[in-house]
Ligand binder design. Structure first.
Ligand code: GLN
Length: 468
């Protein structure tokens, strides 16, 4: 049964590979592809070439599991010496002075960092249109949005510029663009991967994730970047399984809890039909499907946005033109420089979220709103965990509709409402995988499989079986 597409695994490079030559070719290719897509914010010719030269000198026995693999990295992940803007004018002039832990681990495993990719400003968004350097286009149809906020990484992979990319996922930022471009994208269990060197949006939600065209490549990279890090106290010291081996052991899902008909009624008709087709394919493969009601969307969306805005307002307080970020002087007073720097530095969506966040944290609202959202989050987590008594996985849609055209108007709140499915795993800290599941009206359709905490290996085995 073929549910998901998928290229063959990345071939291991031949021992006599001319790595600097291969890297130069990869850079040229990425540059050519990127003219129409704008997945990259910075192609790091010098850094990638130097990295390839360094790797080439390694004796074959010392070569890591990702030797020679070109990787793109979302530009809210620090790459030493490279612009690290988070898609924001306030960080327009910033170059990261160090590598994020995930980048350090990629390099140690032999990967070549080809460049940094586009995103919504500070990863707030679902379209990759709000970054200060303009939108990324969907490689499947360049007139359409790619999804966000990790639209750059998704477009870099889906266009064939790189086989794998790192994104970040706060409320769906890896899974949505993966679904909109027809590739795989994983958000691991909260704490699986270090956040050191990631520009924080909402720290209790943010996780690094990977995007690739097949589960094996996802697994290879996930194994390398996972694991405890003394520089991130929220990273968890747990054994890291061999995720590539898990992807090489296909295991068709047996008991699956799927979103109820009432919950998928919100999808547009072609997407609803595509979700139903997916359920039938699961059943044809031998899965037993039961249905479950999702927590109320209004509660889920409110809890998510209250909490992420609260955390964002506090995380982004440092960008004031004094401690961090570009400074605009104004009339010469410190207060005016603070106001002018933040006004010039942040786009509308970011400003709105900071205002919402400071409001819900202010005295008088804190108990009524922030505490209520925290309680709702706990209840949502418990409720989702309870469903694993009956099913090994939860299966839900990712997007309500196909990716819209870049020229389509967007209604206020439309994208917040569209987050209703992906934010569930984020609120609950659960691992979740976007799996390509055919097409709806010629555009990619993806579904999300959610597993109990720390069960990423099961997700990859299931994805491999579905891709067979
Ligand atoms: N669309 C969601 C938001 O804007 C998710 C973004 C993300 O995961 N970074 O918060």
């Amino acid at each position: 049964m073929t549910l998901a597409g998928g290229d063959p695994d990345i071939p291991l490079p031949a021992p006599d590979l001319d790595l600097p030559g291969a890297t130069a070719a990869a850079l040229d290719r990425a540059e050519a592809i990127d003219r129409d897509i704008h997945a990259f914010l910075h192609l790091d010719r010098d850094g990638a070439t130097a990295g390839a030269r360094r790797l080439e000198r390694q004796p074959p026995a010392a070569r890591g599991p990702l030797f020679g693999l070109p990787v793109a990295v979302k530009d809210n992940i620090a790459v030493r010496g490279v612009p690290s803007t988070s898609g924001s004018a306030v960080l327009g002039a910033y170059r990261a002075p160090y590598d994020a832990t995930v980048v350090e681990r990629l390099r140690a495993a032999g990967a070549v960092i080809l460049g940094t990719t586009n995103l919504d400003e500070f990863a707030m968004g679902s379209a990759t249109t709000s970054g200060f350097r303009g939108p990324t286009r969907n490689p499947v149809d360049p007139e359409r949005i790619v999804g966000g906020s990790s639209g750059g990484p998704a477009a870099a992979v889906a266009s064939g510029a790189v086989p794998v990319a790192l994104g970040t996922d706060t409320g769906g930022s890896v899974r949505l663009p993966a679904a909109h471009t027809g590739i795989f994208g994983i958000r691991p269990t909260y704490g699986r991967i270090s956040r050191f060197g990631i520009t924080a949006y909402a720290s209790s939600f943010d996780q690094v994730g990977c995007l690739a065209t097949n589960p094996t490549d996802l697994g290879r990279v996930l194994s390398v970047i996972s694991g405890a890090d003394p520089r991130d106290a929220t990273s968890v010291d747990r054994e890291v399984p061999d995720f590539a081996a898990a992807a090489a052991r296909p295991a068709f899902p047996r008991n699956v809890m799927a979103a109820s008909e009432e919950d998928i009624a919100i999808l547009d008709p072609p997407s609803r039909a595509a979700f139903s087709r997916t359920l039938r394919r699961f059943e044809a493969g031998g899965a037993t499907i039961q249905r479950f009601r999702l927590p109320e969307a209004v509660t889920t969306i409110s809890a998510y946005y209250v909490l992420v805005c609260a955390e964002a307002s506090s995380n982004l307080a440092r960008f004031d033109g004094m401690r961090y970020g570009s400074r605009v002087e104004g009339d010469g007073t410190l207060a005016e420089a603070f106001r002018a720097s933040r006004t010039a530095g942040f786009g509308d969506e970011v400003r709105l979220r900071i205002l919402l966040g400071t409001t819900v944290l202010s005295q008088g609202y804190r108990d009524a709103i922030y505490a209520a959202a925290t309680a709702a989050r706990k209840a949502i987590r418990n409720r989702l965990l309870g469903h694993f008594d009956q099913g090994d996985f939860l299966l839900i849609p990712i997007a309500r509709t196909a990716p819209r055209r870049l020229s389509d108007p967007v209604e206020a709140g439309e994208d917040y409402d569209g987050d209703r499915f992906t934010i569930l795993a984020s609120l609950a800290g659960l691992p979740a995988l976007a799996i390509p599941a055919g097409e709806r009206e010629g555009l990619p359709f993806g579904v999300e499989l959610i597993a109990p905490p720390w069960e990423e290996a099961a997700l990859l085995s299931a994805a491999a079986a579905l891709a067979d």
